[in-house]
Ligand binder design. Structure first.
Ligand code: HEC
Ligand code: HEC
Length: 292
């Protein structure tokens, strides 16, 4: 019967759509960006970091990398504390993304020392054998334009000081992108607080394995550790392992948890069996004096 009264039909249809919009869009929006989302420790990007962010967008890094850790057990284990909405208030535009050819970068800040990033951006394969990320070595050759960066900061309304701007002189695109990467997800102090609880007694499943067997675990060392501790455990970005005097359990927990404040990432995501293989491999090599 309504179809014979177009005007009333129109009014009713509009009302229904309005109610639908209010319930599904307007009301939820009231709880976005409110005081409850605000995180006091989240601060705007510095001029150098903001420029790094623009380079990140320019180079299309977001085509391969997401920047949001979803609240799922596997993601939290692999990347760290899940992302909070308040952490993105200074992201314009946001770079959450949807494609993970490479790993998520939302919690990258502080995972590695700066020197790791410089080498990795120069040639990803130098740090991660088998990486298919392109080289960005040429970023070193582009110098920054402080005047342009100053204007960008003004447009965004981010605070900056003359000293900060004059520091940009002589810096390159590479410096900016590394500064940006080190800021990612590090405004909230999550890294200091996480430590995977190791439940129960540690039992080394490879305690009675002979040396020939241990050598098979070298590939794991080469893939995960050599970039920082050297091909022959002689040290590079990380300290030399030769001569390190740790018990098996101490080694296990260093590798499992990493050294969050010192720039060594956690290797919990390898699973405890592989961490035990590494523990035994390292233990043998660091204590075997006649070894290379
Ligand atoms: C073609 C896809 C691709 C592009 C484009 C790309 N990456 Fe990657 N990225 C990867 C892959 C795959 C890995 C994992 C292997 C590795 O660490 O090299 C990775 C790893 C990384 C890591 C190490 C992450 C970690 O937690 O270990 C960083 C940092 C990184 N990329 C930054 C960048 C930046 C910055 C750009 C843009 C300048 C970029 N990537 C562009 C594919 C890509
Ligand atoms: C991104 C670089 C990096 C990678 C990759 C890395 N480490 Fe480390 N590692 C470090 C740094 C840096 C330290 C020093 C941390 C500190 O004490 O401040 C360290 C410390 C250590 C220590 C303690 C050494 C000492 O003298 O106190 C051990 C043992 C160790 N790492 C083993 C490993 C093993 C095994 C792997 C591979 C699974 C590995 N690391 C991967 C950077 C790295």
């Amino acid at each position: 019967m309504w179809e014979k009264r177009p005007i009333i039909f129109l009014i009713l249809a509009t009302l229904v759509i309005l109610i639908g919009t209010t319930v599904t869009v307007v009301i939820p929006f009231l709880s976005v960006n409110t005081a409850a989302d605000k995180i006091d420790s989240v601060i705007p990007y510095t001029a150098l970091q903001q420029e790094g962010r623009d380079i990140y967008i320019r180079e299309g890094c977001n085509n391969c990398h997401t920047q949001t850790v979803r609240p799922l057990v596997t993601e939290v284990l692999r990347y760290g504390e899940y992302s909070k909405s308040g952490e993105f208030v200074y992201d314009r535009p946001f770079l959450w993304g949807s494609k993970r050819t490479g790993p998520d970068l939302a919690r990258l800040g502080g995972k590695y020392p700066d020197s790791w990033h410089y080498k990795h951006m120069d040639s990803p394969r130098a740090m991660v054998p088998g990486s298919n990320m392109p080289d960005y070595a040429w970023l070193k050759n582009n110098s920054l334009d402080p005047q342009l960066i100053e204007r960008k900061m003004q447009v965004l309304g981010f605070p900056t000081t003359p000293a900060e701007l004059s520091d940009l002189k002589g810096k390159s695109d590479m410096d900016a992108i590394v500064a940006y990467l080190q800021k990612l997800g590090s405004d909230i102090p999550w890294r200091k607080t996480v430590k995977t609880e190791i439940v129960g007694e540690l039992v080394n499943p490879y305690a009675n394995v002979d040396h020939e067997e241990l050598e098979k675990f070298e590939a794991l060392y080469l893939n995960n550790c050599a970039a920082c501790h050297g091909r022959y455990h002689e040290g590079d970005i990380g300290p030399q392992l030769v001569g390190a005097n740790y018990s098996e359990n101490e080694l296990f927990s260093i590798i499992y948890n990493g050294v969050p404040a010192g720039g060594m990432p956690s290797f919990a995501s390898l699973g405890s069996d592989k961490v035990w293989q590494l523990t035994n491999f390292v233990k043998y090599y660091v204590s075997a004096e006649d070894h290379p």
